[in-house]
Design a protein around this ligand. Structure first.
Ligand SMILES: *[C@@H]1O[C@H](CO)[C@@H](O)[C@H](O)[C@H]1NC(C)=O
Ligand SMILES: *[C@@H]1O[C@H](CO)[C@@H](O)[C@H](O)[C@H]1NC(C)=O
Ligand SMILES: *[C@@H]1O[C@H](CO)[C@@H](O)[C@H](O)[C@H]1NC(C)=O
Ligand SMILES: *[C@@H]1O[C@H](CO)[C@@H](O)[C@H](O)[C@H]1NC(C)=O
Ligand SMILES: [Zn+2]
Length: 438
């Protein structure tokens, strides 16, 4: 741990940040986010017929629910569920409707504000934690993650190089870590991004975990050593920096970027619907207030454009694209936008199968795997499909824990088990790349 612990001076520098953080989230009345989720509920909707699905779609639109699985809008199919976050003033109406129509449902979270404040997905006792070395078992703010990156860039310059690929809409740097031994002139590479969607906090936590594990184990673990010798890893711990920041300061359940719209008051674009691949077709919205808004044109978001430019420039040697989301416990591969199997399906499928088995071997947690369209839902303009279409043969999206019990409020206690098992899956996929696919 010493390897990655912070020197004292760094810790001291972080203290004012922690205090600032607490101040932002607790503006006087002791409630996080100004108590804005008091009385809100999260409800799982389980339609059993097309008519029920249609009725749900209508009422949810009317009541302006926040879909926690956007795109999965009320499919009548086994295994696909729709979780909705309903504001307090709409929950009575929704529950009455569900009882009246006899549509199956389950209340996942009774009071979202309470869950948020009790659920320890919030940063408690942060100053104590930051005094005892870097803690990978808490969620970190954007500022903390960027400090951490700068710190590693200084202290591990033999393995890590940090650079910026551009700026976000609000002018923040889009930082990437290049990780690997400079062992030969030409190396293949793996791209990993986390936090395309702001509220999926376990994503950035995993990206940090991956880097920590790589640095701690590459000397002792032959697999990791092989990975860092034969490959470079480009790791972008927070893709949607503006949105992530906003999810800490204003709205815990913010998903999109923070760009302004010229004609609507609603802000933000879904950074996973903004790519130039079947842009804005099925599973994306043209309405700027929707959570799956595809944006005014492909790559309209500076974050998406920066990553797309980087991948275009380096596509010859980038062999895999991995993107981390939450929640659903799934390992997905193309296509998202249509029901069809990709060419060389068997190589990708067997990589996914093995990765999911490796993951399960740690804590017994089951992941489903398959093409995103048939396993999760159809969506167009996704980064995974785009990367695949642009010549990266292995492209995957992880939907990490859990399956809805905590949803986006995955407690910090579960960061370690989630990241430990995911680590094994990522190592397994990566080793698969180094072999010739049978
Ligand atoms: C709930 O309150 C919000 C804002 O206060 C309002 O925009 C919305 O229309 C209300 N919804 C219902 C169902 O009354
Ligand atoms: C990372 O460190 C190198 C020197 O080792 C420096 O040139 C580079 O600017 C640093 N990256 C950032 C983003 O500060
Ligand atoms: C990948 O996982 C499979 C089991 O699913 C296992 O047999 C194999 O040894 C793993 N490979 C690596 C390199 O971890
Ligand atoms: C499929 O595999 C063949 C042979 O291994 C390879 O030449 C081709 O580029 C692959 N196609 C895709 C889309 O990955
Ligand atoms: Zn996501």
């Amino acid at each position: 741990m010493k390897l990655l612990g912070k020197p004292r001076s760094r810790t001291a520098a972080l203290l004012p940040l922690c205090l600032l953080f607490l101040k932002i989230l607790q503006p006087g009345h002791g409630h996080l986010y100004s108590n804005r989720y008091a009385g809100d509920k999260v409800i799982r909707l389980i339609p059993n017929t097309e008519e029920e699905a249609y009725a749900l779609k209508k009422i949810c639109h009317k009541l302006k629910v926040d879909l926690w699985q956007p795109g999965s809008i009320f499919y009548v199919s086994e295994g696909t569920v729709t979780d909705v976050h309903i504001p307090h003033n709409g929950s009575q109406a929704l529950l009455a409707f569900l009882q009246e129509t006899n549509i199956q449902y389950k209340i996942l979270i009774e009071d979202l504000q309470k869950a948020l404040e009790e659920g320890s997905s919030l940063p408690t006792q942060r100053s104590r934690r930051s005094l005892s070395g870097y803690n990978y078992e808490v969620y970190h703010s954007l500022e903390e993650i960027q400090h951490w990156m700068h710190h590693l860039n200084k202290t591990h310059s033999g393995l890590i190089h940090m650079f910026s690929i551009g700026n976000s809409y609000e002018g923040r740097s889009l930082f990437v870590l290049k990780l690997g031994r400079r062992s030969r002139a030409y190396k293949r590479a793996v791209w990993i991004d986390c936090g395309i969607h702001a509220r999926e906090w376990i994503g950035p936590a995993f990206c940090q975990w991956f880097v920590k594990e790589a640095l701690l184990t590459y000397k002792s673990d032959p697999t990791m050593r092989k990975m860092l010798t034969h490959l470079y890893f480009y790791i972008m711990p927070v893709f949607n920096v503006d949105g992530y920041h906003f999810s800490w300061t204003n709205d815990r359940f913010w998903r999109k970027t923070r760009s302004r719209n010229s004609r609507f008051r609603c802000r933000g674009v879904d950074a996973n619907r903004n790519w130039r691949v079947k842009w804005c077709e099925e599973g994306a919205s043209t309405y700027p207030c929707d959570d799956t808004y595809c944006g005014p044109f492909p790559e309209s978001e500076p974050e998406v454009k920066a990553v797309a430019n980087f991948l275009r420039k380096h596509r010859k040697h980038i062999r895999a694209y991995l993107s981390f989301h939450a929640y659903a416990q799934m390992l997905l591969y193309p296509y998202s936008y249509k029901y069809a199997t990709i060419p060389n399906f068997s190589c990708v499928e067997s990589a996914a199968y093995k990765a999911v088995n490796a993951l399960r071997s740690v804590h017994g947690v089951q992941y489903r795997y398959g093409p995103a369209s048939s396993t999760l839902y159809v969506s167009s303009g996704s980064s995974m499909d785009w990367a695949y279409k642009n010549g990266i043969p292995y492209t995957f999206a992880f939907e990490l824990r859990d399956t809805g019990h905590f949803g986006f409020l995955l407690p910090e206690m579960l960061i370690k088990p989630t990241c430990t098992e995911t680590m094994l899956a990522v190592k397994n996929i990566t080793m698969h790349l180094l072999k010739k696919c049978p």
